[in-house]
Design a binder for this molecule. Sequence first.
Ligand SMILES: Cc1ncc(COP(=O)(O)O)c(C=O)c1O
Length: 420
Amino acid sequence: MRSDLPITKEYIYFDNAATTLVPKPVIDTMIEYLVEYGANIERGAYSLAAKASEACEKARNNIARLLLHCDPEEFIFTRNQTQASNFVAYALEHPFLNRWSTGFKMAPPLVHWTPKSKIVTTVLEHHSNLLPWMRLAKHVKAEFVTIEPTPDGRLLPETFAKVVDENTEFVAFQQASNSMGTKHDVAAIVQAIKKANPNCFVFVDGAQGAGHLPVDVKAMGCDFYGFSGHKGPLGPPGTGGLYVQKDLLTRMSPEEIGGGTIAAVTAEDYMLRVDHRARRWDAGTPNIVGLIGLGRAVEYVHEIGIHRVEQRELALTKQLLDGLKDIPNMEIYGPTNDIDVKVGAVCFNLFDWQSHDVSLALDAKWRILTRAGHHCCQPLMHFLGIWNTYNGNVRASFHYFNLPSEVEVLIDALRQLTAG
Ligand SMILES: Cc1ncc(COP(=O)(O)O)c(C=O)c1O
């Protein structure tokens, strides 16, 4: 895999939680589309348009079946995880408008919001899985409740069971944390939520899960699952996706409409497409290159094997945590001994150092690329009490291509930095 990622020859790339490097075979597939059959999809009658449409069809099938384990008709292609959250927030706020035989009609809304309604999420969330729900709560005048994780960054089913009640209409939480490196038992949490209120909708933010951990949206039992294509799945920037449980798709309003979303249009009204409901969200020409690239990337991860990816990342995490144990003057966020609840990300700070300065030093002297700051999790930084002291934390995050020897370089570098 390293020969597919030339950057790894020069740098130690430990910023996979922000975005991963794109392997050459994925790039080749995108170039092939642009050079050899770069036509628009769907409505073209000629052969190249048909070839492009088929390539997109194949990509959708790969992503749905290999990455998420859902029906391709339940997969909406998005720009990133953030857009997935926003698509759902829009649909929860706006009732579905469509033509029913004689003209426009409004469908009953997904949720009948009342002043007692509650939206629940957690303090661990990335802003992308927080702000859309915060704004939704303001618009529909619902109560907005945030659950606290354990001090070492775990989300527990029993905490959700205590908070969710008959007024809770919607819960959003993450599969894994980008700022603590913890993973959560999604199926058990969804079960606890649905037991407390079977009518409550559940959204899972899989940005740090997809492509790193096995994902089976049906086994998870969630209603929505959003992810980024440019992180774990090794796809290009500008790609991501949203799984929506099939029955809900028919009742959801797409945020954008226009070409590509419809079955028929008159001068007065329109009927949205029924052949493939998820494509009601494909307003205008989609990011064809990105979709084809993501489809190939998902195949690439599948060829490696998702369990091997997970195991490799955990081995590197364990190695790093073990190596940091005897380094003084630093603190680590997230569990340090319980590897079963970890993903391939380790977050830390060095005493008396701003997090950004550590990251700059690691790059300048060792060419180790880490990310520093709040990681778009400001509420969590306040919860941990590290905002004023360190301006966030430093994160080293892995993928399958990272090596034990690279982790050794990081351990040695941190030993030198903390020794002054
Ligand atoms: C947990 C989590 N959720 C959501 C996002 C947002 O992803 P994107 O920038 O692809 O929309 C990120 C990005 O780092 C993340 O780590």
